[in-house]
Design a protein around this ligand. Sequence first.
Ligand SMILES: Nc1nc2c(ncn2[C@@H]2O[C@H](COP(=O)(O)OP(=O)(O)OP(=O)(O)O)[C@@H](O)[C@H]2O)c(=O)[nH]1
Length: 335
Amino acid sequence: MAITKARVPNVASLVIRHGLLMREAFSVAHTDMAHWFPGHMARGLKKMQTKLKSVDCVIEVHDARIPVSGRNPQFEKRLGLTTLKPHLLVLNKMDLIDMSNKNRIMRYYADQGINNIIFTNCKKPDSKGIKSIIPKVSKLIRESERFNRSEEASYQLMVIGIPNVGKSSLINALRAKHLRRGKATLVGGIPGITQSVLERIKVYEDPTVYLLDTPGVMVPKIKSVEMGLKLALAATIKDHLVGEIDITDYLLYKLNYAGRHSYVDYLKVDEPTDNIQQLLKLSAVRHSWIKKIRDHRGMTEVPDTLLSAGKFLKGFRTGAFGTIILDDIPDPLQK
Ligand SMILES: Nc1nc2c(ncn2[C@@H]2O[C@H](COP(=O)(O)OP(=O)(O)OP(=O)(O)O)[C@@H](O)[C@H]2O)c(=O)[nH]1
């Protein structure tokens, strides 16, 4: 497991929040985050660089639940986003966030010079966000210098982003919307489904628009354990690399902090708690999730807390506990 920490908080650091005695802050003492990164990812970026000259616009897809954490700064440095090619930021999975934060998020990005932003839900190809992508991209391309591609009638777009943010889903949603075609690229709930820069995929007629799907490229450095836990909660890092118990402990902290106690019914426990081990154990017992382990008495049956952790994570990732943004979003208006 990647994180070592004192699981019993100091009594002095407890507070009552939304009627629950809980940790005042989520703190972890960490050892090593290096193995949270799959090594092959930098290679994907090189391939993207070589394809860039045949691209008219870059669509960067990001998970709207982590608007601050985890956007890869290497995309800007190595692909020259916002300077070399027209750039559209697609904040996907909008169905999982509280959209009353939209203007604040837009201001946060505008402060960094990013003004072309569309929120999407790729599960709904007929939704407003998906519909507005091709018109927006066409406008950006028409207003840009196409240099070596100015004679080319068709448009070619490259879809980039960190793993599991919905790049392939976006391509499939655009195909479904505009061409009424089925899935062209693989979609999966675990990061790393797309492994190479794919052949171009047609998503629109007149003008003909092709998309290049690309493998997710993770940020080169996770700045803090908390940032890593957010990325893991959003399923951009494989769960077992970070540790399911640590990810759910952070989830529990975030839900309790926000007063979202609907996990009680979902996990079939009696009341809110700030103790992840107790929560996962009781939930496993209530679901009859039992595993056998070998100890000094021979084979013993114990609650399978890993199964409860999986259910807890699934609940969060499918929106069972409501719409949640994991980041605090700095507001330039309040500087
Ligand atoms: N709730 C919700 N889930 C989504 C949305 N878009 C994609 N997903 C889910 O997110 C997961 C990842 O989607 P993919 O399209 O495979 O993501 P990707 O970025 O291509 O993944 P990699 O190839 O691993 O980089 C899948 O389980 C999708 O069903 C969305 O708008 N809302």
